[in-house]
Write a protein that binds this ligand. Structure first.
Ligand SMILES: [Zn+2]
Length: 100
């Protein structure tokens, strides 16, 4: 199916790449990039059809976790997952059935 994040273009819209705190300017520094390859489809514009289910599951999972007052970190620890793993599940970027 068409990637829901980039609508099939394979690219993100304008993004700001943060380069950290700049001592001279006294603020965080960075630069605007026209676009970068989409993080969900890796620039292809298409994702597996099953990803629609992963996205729906992840949204519901995140909602239930937040209603329980549990942070991402707390939930990841309880589930014996890393924070990036649980984040990927909640964002529907991976098949939750392989982790939960
Ligand atoms: Zn995409």
């Amino acid at each position: 199916m068409q990637c829901p994040d980039c609508n099939g273009t394979g690219k993100t819209s304008l993004v700001h790449l943060n380069k950290g705190f700049n001592e001279e300017k006294g603020r965080c520094d960075g630069e605007w990039r026209e676009s970068i390859p989409c993080m969900r489809c890796h620039g292809v514009g298409q994702v597996p059809d099953q990803m629609a289910d992963w996205i729906a599951f992840g949204k519901d999972y995140r909602k239930r976790r937040q209603l329980n007052g549990e942070t991402l970190y707390q939930a990841a620890k309880r589930l014996k997952l890393s924070v990036p793993e649980l984040s990927a599940i909640e964002n529907g970027k991976v098949n939750h059935a392989l982790y939960l």
